[in-house]
Design a binder for this molecule. Structure first.
Ligand SMILES: *[C@@H]1O[C@H](CO)[C@@H](O)[C@H](O)[C@H]1NC(C)=O
Ligand SMILES: *[C@@H]1O[C@H](CO)[C@@H](O)[C@H](O)[C@H]1NC(C)=O
Ligand SMILES: *[C@@H]1O[C@H](CO)[C@@H](O)[C@H](O)[C@H]1NC(C)=O
Ligand SMILES: *[C@@H]1O[C@H](CO)[C@@H](O)[C@H](O)[C@H]1NC(C)=O
Length: 369
């Protein structure tokens, strides 16, 4: 190792020092004592199901949950989500849904709490409505989630927690795309969405949070719901994987802006560990080389109401008339909007081993202590 008595380090020595400092910062907490999660259906472990009562969320019906839990749990998949794989890797209990608490005790949240609600947006419903975009699923936007968290705060220790911030923001764009808003207008929403995410992170840093994992958006142009809605006879709109190029370009644009936003927060708060989780790059590989990952079907949903991508807006997975595949593990898409447990498992691996994070860091886990 270089001698640190010399005040002048070579570029290479500085680099080594930087790397060591970086890794010691990231692994300062050898294992997380809890996971605190904000987001939407990609991370919802049961909130929407509770909030929607007496109305029934499809995720409360079979075949949702069939693979791992053998029953619907409110998760929008056949089994576990990325957040579940994280919890299991850290030796923590599966992160309980905040709205599942019925006795007002915070004790149950010492090892984690999940505010993510399927259908949630980053921006408040009122703000979106001004732009002609309507969220008819839930009003528990990111700001509301952070507000609920603050009420719970006294009982939680933030320094040892992994904050999973997202994925959130995807629905702001989903609602806009499916409600016929023009792409230019949707691109205009990106700074607003980033502003909300950034404010949430800054607020949590102020409250003592140190480590954040911030996932970006998935390749929406490969999702059956988008492939169905924006189907076209213009073959040039599709890439070699059969995904819609212009929609994936939107995801890339948004993710690029998100990464820049995170850079800015890092500059303001060099002691915070802010890790971008590249769900996009992790998932896009499935479409490019399906057989390498053991997928048979990438663009057709396992569970849905038929049509070329087994997706039909009026016949969703779990509703009368929908069909489900025999082997969800050979599919990327579970219900046309959400991924299968197998896909989420592969994404979580790519995030935890650092191959799909920015910066490239291995997220310390209980197992590696
Ligand atoms: C209340 O929460 C505590 C802590 O998780 C749990 O042990 C207890 O069973 C709960 N009581 C009821 C009535 O749900
Ligand atoms: C959200 O919706 C619920 C139920 O419709 C309502 O009780 C609540 O006041 C709303 N919250 C906000 C912040 O608008
Ligand atoms: C993929 O699916 C097709 C159609 O269901 C089936 O015929 C084929 O055997 C499957 N291939 C693999 C490798 O599972
Ligand atoms: C969706 O399902 C409905 C009801 O079965 C059917 O009438 C409609 O044609 C389907 N749409 C497409 C695009 O397949």
């Amino acid at each position: 190792m270089a001698s640190f008595s010399s005040p002048c380090l070579s570029k290479q020595q500085w680099f080594v020092l930087f790397i060591i400092t970086f890794f010691s910062l990231v692994s300062r907490k050898r294992c997380y004592k809890s996971i605190i999660s904000f987001g939407d259906s990609l991370a919802d472990t049961g909130n929407l199901v509770i909030l929607l009562q007496p109305n029934v969320s499809p995720s409360a019906l079979p075949p949702y949950g069939e693979t791992y839990f053998n029953r619907p749990t409110g998760r929008f998949s056949d089994g576990r989500l990325v957040i579940d794989f994280f919890a299991q890797k850290f030796g923590l209990p599966l992160v309980p849904p905040y709205f599942g608490a019925c006795n007002g005790s915070n004790q149950q949240f010492l090892k984690g709490v999940n505010f993510a609600v399927a259908g949630a947006t980053a921006l408040d419903n009122a703000f979106l409505a001004q732009k002609g975009i309507f969220n008819r699923v839930t009003n528990v936007s990111l700001g509301v989630q952070v507000g609920l968290f603050k009420k719970l705060l006294p009982s939680l220790c933030l320094g040892n927690s992994l904050i999973l911030m997202g994925e959130i923001g995807g629905n702001d764009f989903n609602y806009a795309f499916f409600q016929g808003i023009k792409i230019e207008v949707i691109r205009g929403l990106v700074p607003d969405v980033l502003n909300v995410i950034s404010s949430a992170i800054l607020e949590l840093i102020k409250l003592g949070a140190v480590t954040f994992l911030v996932p970006g958006n998935l390749p929406i142009g490969c999702q059956p719901i988008y492939l169905t809605s924006f189907q076209t006879s213009n073959l040039q709109d599709y890439d070699r994987s059969g995904c819609l190029i212009w929609l994936n370009k939107f995801s890339e644009y948004y993710n690029g802006m998100l990464k820049q936003e995170l850079n800015q927060i890092r500059r303001l708060h060099p002691r915070a560990n802010i890790v971008y989780a590249d769900y996009y790059q992790a998932a896009v590989q499935f479409y490019r080389s399906p057989s390498q990952f053991g997928f048979n079907s990438t663009l057709i949903a396992c569970c849905g109401g038929g049509g070329p991508y087994n997706y039909n807006f009026s016949v969703g997975c779990a509703s009368a008339g929908s069909k489900s595949c025999d082997d969800p593990s050979s599919y990327v898409s579970w219900d046309g909007i959400h991924l299968t447990e197998r896909a989420y498992s592969l994404i979580s691996k790519a995030i935890l081993d650092g191959s799909r994070t920015v910066p490239r860091v291995k997220i310390p886990s209980a197992a590696s202590d």
